[in-house]
Design a protein around this ligand. Structure first.
Ligand SMILES: Cc1cc2nc3c(=O)[nH]c(=O)nc-3n(C[C@H](O)[C@H](O)[C@H](O)COP(=O)(O)O)c2cc1C
Length: 364
């Protein structure tokens, strides 16, 4: 079958045997219990993508400690035994349907708008975040002014990532993905306008990369060989979509090489559909070339022709699909059948980006 879509090819990716190249992109659904446990409804939600043929599932961003990491009310965590145990049905559902599943580890930093452990937010520096809190995630109004994290609080955050990763491994996940994208804590340290520190965690690009290096190395060291550790990067942020790394390809190269040297097994480069429009090099292709690691690309990749081009031209190894997967939990099957994907209807995320709103929309 010479015209088989390249995304349907099975293969090895960062130590995982995948039945195809389609990954579910990480998506926050604020549908956990108030105390951060994954629910049966969430297990059914994730299992549907596995049954729909996705080779890899990346969970929503999951908080890592009981200090400053939680970003949203009803966000799941993996900070104690009860939270860890609650993920087992998600893992078992994915595995029973033939998918691998990776837990995304997230520290919201200054972009926290609901944390039951702390009244204040914390980030690299006391800089007011741009924009306003997200109402779809139960927030509203300006972001609070964050505390500048002490070295002790930074060490606590690093330790939180490592402990959370071990819990994820022990709960049966095939790997973890460190969220260093979209404006959250690790990205706040990378970004010159949110990181004004004068200690070793701020200043030059090298120093601003220190936290992501430490987190990656600690997670890798704590979980040991044979457990997959990825790192997700993006230029755009939830509160500044159009931000681009000021140092261009040189800065991108420094970011990708730092994560690789710290022990990452794969890189996940998030972007938007627009990234695929111009011909020529892309960030995922650059990541692949300068690191030699396998790379996940993301952004508008539910369109079969775009997906084909990204793989055929060697931009990436795996395609993470977000909104296109919400509209088509069986996207891999549709691609195999040559069917066009259904369009994403943003109303499934209204009024809240949770599973109850999606259900109400489906029943309407
Ligand atoms: C409802 C929703 C929640 C999201 N939550 C996360 C998240 O928890 N972690 C993350 O890295 N990206 C998150 N994203 C970004 C997606 O992973 C992805 O980058 C974005 O949707 C673009 O890909 P797409 O064009 O395939 O939708 C979220 C996106 C949506 C729509």
């Amino acid at each position: 079958m010479s015209d088989t879509h390249p995304a349907l090819a099975a293969g090895r990716f960062a130590g995982l045997e995948l039945r195809n190249r389609f990954a579910l992109a990480p998506m926050t659904r604020i549908s956990a219990t108030e105390d951060g446990r994954a629910t049966e409804e969430m297990a059914a939600y994730y299992t549907a993508f596995a049954e729909g043929g996705f080779g890899l599932l990346i969970t929503e961003g999951t908080y890592t400690d009981q200090a400053f990491s939680q970003g949203y009310l009803h966000q799941p965590g993996i900070t104690d035994e009860a939270q860890a145990a609650s993920w087992r049905p998600v893992v078992d559902g994915a595995h029973a349907a033939g998918a691998r599943v990776v837990l995304q580890l997230m520290h919201a930093g200054a972009l926290a708008q609901g944390n039951r452990f702390r009244d204040r937010t914390a980030g690299p520096s006391a800089v007011q975040p741009m924009g306003e809190q997200l109402d779809k995630y139960r927030g509203g109004g300006p972001w609070p002014l964050p505390l500048e994290m002490t070295r002790g609080q930074i060490a606590e955050a690093v330790d939180g990532f490592a402990t959370a990763a071990v819990r994820a491994r022990d709960a049966g996940f095939d790997g973890v993905e460190i969220h260093a994208a979209n404006g959250y804590l690790l990205d706040q340290f990378l970004t010159p306008y949110t990181n004004l520190r004068t200690d070793e965690y701020g200043g030059s690009a090298e120093e601003r990369l220190r936290l992501v290096r430490e987190v990656t190395a600690e997670v890798k060291g704590a979980t040991g060989p044979g457990f997959t550790v990825g790192v997700r990067f993006s230029q755009g942020k939830i509160n500044n979509f159009s931000w681009r790394w000021p140092g261009g390809d040189a800065e991108a190269t420094a970011v990708f090489t730092a994560a690789t040297a710290a022990g990452a097994d794969y890189l996940h480069i998030a972007g938007s559909a627009r990234d695929w429009l111009p011909d020529g090099p892309t960030l995922p292709a650059l990541a692949r070339r300068v690191t030699g690691l396998p790379v996940i690309a993301n952004g508008g990749l539910h369109e079969g022709a775009v997906a084909r081009r990204v793989l055929d031209e060697g931009h990436a190894d795996v395609l993470a699909v977000g909104t296109g997967a919400l509209a088509n939990p069986d996207l891999p099957r549709r691609v195999a059948a040559g069917e066009a994907p259904a369009a994403f209807d943003p109303r499934v995320l209204e009024p809240l980006a949770n599973l109850a709103s999606a259900q109400a929309h489906a029943n309407a």
